[in-house]
Each structure stands twice: as structure tokens, then as C-alpha cells.
Design a protein around this ligand. Structure first.
Ligand code: ADP
Ligand code: MG
Length: 385
């Protein structure tokens, strides 16, 4: 499901009294493998999805940036490019302000503009609407000012905007896949040096299902920050730069010698094998070995549930329901956890039946719907012609 451009154009006309001169799109993503690994400098395997954020824009003669969103209709924002740019209200616009501040400080000649956003992504659902918002903002601003930027630098700039303006200490995965995703490919990203490998995933006999528990999280909340801190402290005590540099023998020795607090050991028992599993999963995907890939997904989910403790009843139930279906290879939480979406690898021919089984089982248990949509690997962000 993509954003409807005609409706966006009409709304732009209503908000700003003129037509937009351009559009950019930025996709959401699922995390196929690699949970809680990005900030530990390991490997992650995300894929851009067919749901996306679109920005309609038009430059202005003055130095104002006006922002509005169809997801925040009563909360428009405005700031001047020549004043200090600081976070404030409405909070959704802070992602965009952070991008403008970052572009300005690297010397990009920004121009005043009106921007209207719309998205087919759920907000706060673990499909990375925040990175899509940042990247769409950046592409619109670069386009309007006639400048370009290298992908990796752009990803860093958007991540910094989220850290500094939205108070959300996210890793580099979301922005990278949003910018660098390729149609028919997942992306194996080394979060240590930012290097990427596009992994072919264009087999039409399988499809990715995304099931939204509609349990909402915010990674600016405590659970994410505390796990991050536990991982950093575990790495420090193990004498390594990041948990990327630890192995399972080191963890066994640390367990024997009592080097780590119990909670740190538990977190490391997730992260260290998860990094290896993610590389393994990329190999399985490229080899079209979906049975192996699905097993790795399930191991990852169980470890996020038991060692990392970032799952919840709704997520676990969707994974269990998926496992009960013929034609479902595996499932795991996609994103920061504590709610949001489950990603399921399914036989294309069975996807409809699997979706129905999950939706009705979820409704029986929780008394509310669990929206599910199929997607394949979509391209990264771009200016629309
Ligand atoms: P996720 O990235 O998983 O969707 P986050 O909590 O990181 O969840 O980001 C969600 C936040 O991003 C929303 O609460 C909102 O502030 C902002 N946001 C994202 N997309 C939009 C949009 N189209 N319009 C307004 N705000 C948006
Ligand atoms: Mg986000």
C-alpha cells in the first residue's frame, strides 16, 4: 500500500494555497534478523518494505520551513532557517528540525519550503516511520536546494537528528536501509563500519508478512536505554570495544569467574550469538534455504524473549500462531520490541491462509484485531518523477 498522491496534492493545496512542485518517498523496513545488535556493532539484516512515507514540497521565497503531516493534522510546525533550530512542540516535527539543523551545520544551502507528509506506515509500530520521516525530509530539502549527499553520510545525519532532536538513541540500521534498500534485496549491514551487502531476496514463491500487534512502544522510553547500557557495561567488563568482539567462550569464562552481573550476562547471551545468527541467516536467504532461515528467526525471537526480555504476550502469541501454520517458515519481532510488529516468512501460496489464522487467533485471545499485510523487498528512498 503506497500513499495516494492525488489526496496528498489536494491537501497540500488546502494547507499552503498552491500546488507542490515535487515529491519524495522513503520506505519503512522490517528487521528480518539481528535484534538489538546494531548498537553492539554487529550485523543486521533489514529489508525495505512497500509501505512508505511521502513528502510533497514546494520552495518558498522567504527563509521559513513550514511542516504539516496528515498524521498530525492539528499540529503544524514552522521555523526560520536563519534562527537557532531547537526541538520543541509539536514533537513529531523534531525529527525534521534535526535534519534541517544537521544539513545546515554541514554547509548545505537550504531554501525555505512548505512540506506535507503522509505515510502508509503505522507510527511507533516498529517499522521505522521515524527514519522514513527523517530521510523524506532530507531528500526534500536536498532536492529543493539542488544539492546531493552521499548515502552513508546522509544516514549518519538522520541518525544524529533522531538522537539529538527526538531524544531517541537509535542505531544506524533504520536510516541505512531506508536510504540504501534495493528492490528484491535484503541488506546485510555491518554496523561497525557501515559497509553493506545486498542479499538477493526476489523469489516470488515466498513473501514477508507483517503483523501489527498495535501494542505501541517508544524507544525513547527506559527499556531500550537500559539494555543499551547493560550491553556497553558488559563489553567494558569483558575488555572488548563492543559485544561484537566477544565470543561464546568469553561469556562462558565470564560466567565461571563472575565477571559480569547476571543481567549483563543474560543480555550478552542474546547479543553475541545473535550476531553470528544474522550472518548465517543472510547466507540461508541467498541460498533460498527458507527452512534454515525460518529456524534462525525463531531462535532469535526466543532469545529476544528470554535473554533480552524485549518481547510481550502479544508478540509471542503472533509468533506461536505463525508457527502453527503450514507454509510459515519462521517469525520474529521486527524492531525494538515491547510491542509493534512481527515479521513472518511465508510461502506465497499460503500467505492468505496464514494471515487469517493469525488474525482470528489473535482476536480470540486479545479481543481486538491484528492487521497483517504482505510485502516484498522494496527500493530505498528516492525523489518521485
Ligand atoms: P517507529 O519508527 O517504529 O514508527 P518511533 O517511536 O521511532 O517508532 O517513531 C514514531 C514517531 O515518529 C511518531 O510518534 C511521530 O512523532 C513521528 N512520525 C513518523 N512519521 C510521521 C508522520 N508521517 N507524521 C507525523 N509524525 C511522524
Ligand atoms: Mg523509529
Amino acid at each position: 500500500m503506497t500513499v495516494e498522491i492525488a489526496g496528498l496534492t489536494a491537501k497540500f493545496q488546502t494547507n499552503y494555497g498552491r500546488a507542490p512542485i515535487g515529491f519524495v518517498r522513503a520506505p519503512g523496513r522490517v528487521s528480518l534478523m539481528g535484534g538489538a545488535v546494531d548498537y553492539n556493532e554487529g550485523f543486521v539484516l533489514p529489508m525495505a518494505i512497500e509501505r512508505e512515507t511521502v513528502a510533497a514540497f514546494a520552495p518558498r521565497k522567504d527563509r521559513l520551513i513550514n511542516l504539516s503531516s496528515r498524521q498530525a493534522e492539528e499540529h503544524e510546525a514552522s521555523f526560520a532557517l536563519d534562527d537557532e533550530i531547537a526541538p520543541g512542540e509539536p514533537t513529531w516535527a523534531n525529527y525534521c528540525k534535526g535534519v534541517a539543523a544537521g544539513l545546515r551545520s554541514r554547509g548545505t544551502r537550504l531554501v525555505g519550503m512548505d512540506i506535507l507528509f503522509d505515510t502508509s506506515l503505522p507510527l511507533g509500530g516498529g517499522l521505522s516511520s521515524s527514519a522514513a520521516l527523517e530521510v523524506a525530509t532530507a531528500l526534500a530539502m536536498l532536492r529543493a536546494s539542488g544539492e546531493t549527499m552521499e548515502d552513508y553520510e546522509l544516514a549518519r545525519l538522520c541518525q544524529k537528528a533522531e538522537h539529538e532532536f527526538a531524544n531517541s538513541p537509535c542505531g544506524i540500521m533504520d536510516q541505512t536501509i531506508c536510504i540504501m534498500g534495493q528492490k528484491g534485496h535484503a541488506l546485510l549491514l555491518d554496523c561497525r563500519d557501515g559497509s553493506v551487502k545486498h542479499v538477493p531476496f526476489d523469489d516470488l514463491s515466498v513473501v514477508v508478512l507483517v503483523a501489527d500487534t498495535q501494542v505501541r512502544h517508544s524507544i525513547a522510553e527506559g527499556g531500550y536505554a537500559s539494555r543499551r547500557a547493560q550491553c556497553f557495561s558488559a563489553a567494558k567488563k569483558l575488555g572488548v570495544k563492543a559485544l561484537r568482539d566477544a565470543d561464546e567462550e568469553m561469556l562462558d569464562a565470564a560466567a565461571r569467574d563472575g565477571v559480569l552481573a547476571d543481567i549483563e550476562l543474560m543480555r550478552a547471551r542474546h547479543v553475541v550469538p545473535e550476531i553470528r545468527r544474522t550472518v548465517d541467516a543472510a547466507g540461508a536467504l541467498a541460498a533460498r534455504d527458507y527452512t534454515r532461515f525460518g529456524k534462525v528467526m525463531l531462535t532469535s525471537h526466543a532469545s529476544l524473549r528470554d535473554n533480552y526480555e524485549t518481547s510481550c504476550d502479544e508478540l509471542d502469541s503472533v509468533v506461536e500462531l505463525a508457527c502453527s501454520c503450514e507454509g510459515a517458515y519462521g517469525a520474529r519481532v521486527s524492531g525494538g520490541g515491547f510491542g509493534g510488529c512481527v515479521v513472518i516468512l511465508a510461502d506465497a501460496g499460503k500467505a492468505e491462509a496464514i494471515s487469517q489464522t493469525i488474525a482470528s487467533g489473535f482476536f480470540r485471545k486479545f479481543g481486538r484485531p491484528c492487521p497483517i499485510f504482505p510485502t516484498r523487498a522494496a527500493p530505498g528512498a528516492a525523489v518521485l518523477d
